[in-house]
Design a protein around this ligand. Sequence first.
Ligand SMILES: Cc1ncc(COP(=O)(O)O)c(C=O)c1O
Length: 383
Amino acid sequence: MFDALVRFVRENYRTDEFIPLHAPVFGGNERQYVTQTIDSTFVSSVGPFVDRFEREMEAYTGSPRAVATVNGTAALHAALLLAGVERGDLVITQSLTFVATCNAIAYCGAAPVFVDVDHHTLGLSAKAMETWLDDQAMVDAEGVCRLKPDGPAIRACLPMHTFGHPADLDGLLDVCMRWRIALVEDAAESLGSLYKQRHTGTFGLLGTLSFNGNKIVTTGGGGMILADETLGKRAKHLTTTAKAPHAYEFFHDEIGFNYRLPNLNAALGCAQLEQMERFVESKRALAGRYAEHLAGSDLRFVTEPADCRSNYWLNAVVCESRSQRDELLKATNEQGVMTRPIWRLMSHLPAYQDCRHGSLETSEWLEARVVNLPSSVLPGAGA
Ligand SMILES: Cc1ncc(COP(=O)(O)O)c(C=O)c1O
């Protein structure tokens, strides 16, 4: 079973060895730049590569400001605080996501509200969000969206661009505007993905990226906050211990965080970013080959939404049933081709099982059927 798929993956990666789900490719200036930081002794939280990585990420994404952080979870935590999320608030998000999305909400002392995802984008459904709001929420006299009749504030909405496929941003922006809710995008997986030709993570009040080892561009560990000038400035301050600028005095004007990205990691990021378009092209080419190979089979290959360019960070198929999913996982992993099921729903985890939620029918359907296939950049695509 699934022998043809295993053969197909091996042909593309040109190996009989174990094939991981997503491995980084270091084919450019990585060694040179990292060595430069060691030679200069600036390996820690300040250094020219941090500034360079931020400016290059601004140019790449079109975001007015990009602020580097120690990881994507820290970026999300700070972004939610900057969007005004406070202890006791509610934040609307999807149950079908990686746990960091919810953890960042919890770090703010707020609680997630889970609404369903779209069948095709796998991202937060604007329609499901509106249905839940119509039923449960109101905008009070001060213009604050609240749980009816006078419950906690519903401060933000945090969609996630699943596996790199952009969520329905126009729909979500429209609902957020009408209900006075701040939109923050978890774009951890979607560096290089465009919605109507604009980079994901630049539509909301703030957006965040991750450069974890399994992402399209890695810094070892790292993240980024995307924001306008004002919030970007605040983001830099909050994530660098809230220190007032001074040549030698230490004065911190609020409780800040040490969420800075070290120069050593930023050096790796600069070298990786230089290869970004080749990485995206390679991943899109691989996705095209998967789609062709699986056409007519009983596995539905997940493709990019209309009007979008996906980075195809992780390729995914939707199986016909949970039992077919289990067979696929067993057959491929036993043959040294790594595949993984989509995450367990957040609403099924002990920490979040008591959170408020709308109908999660599509999320539950997908949870039982989606499998990720090997998705690393193809050999020879770096540098
Ligand atoms: C959707 C999503 N959000 C947040 C994160 C957190 O990023 P990090 O691992 O860099 O903290 C990740 C990935 O790891 C992710 O996939």
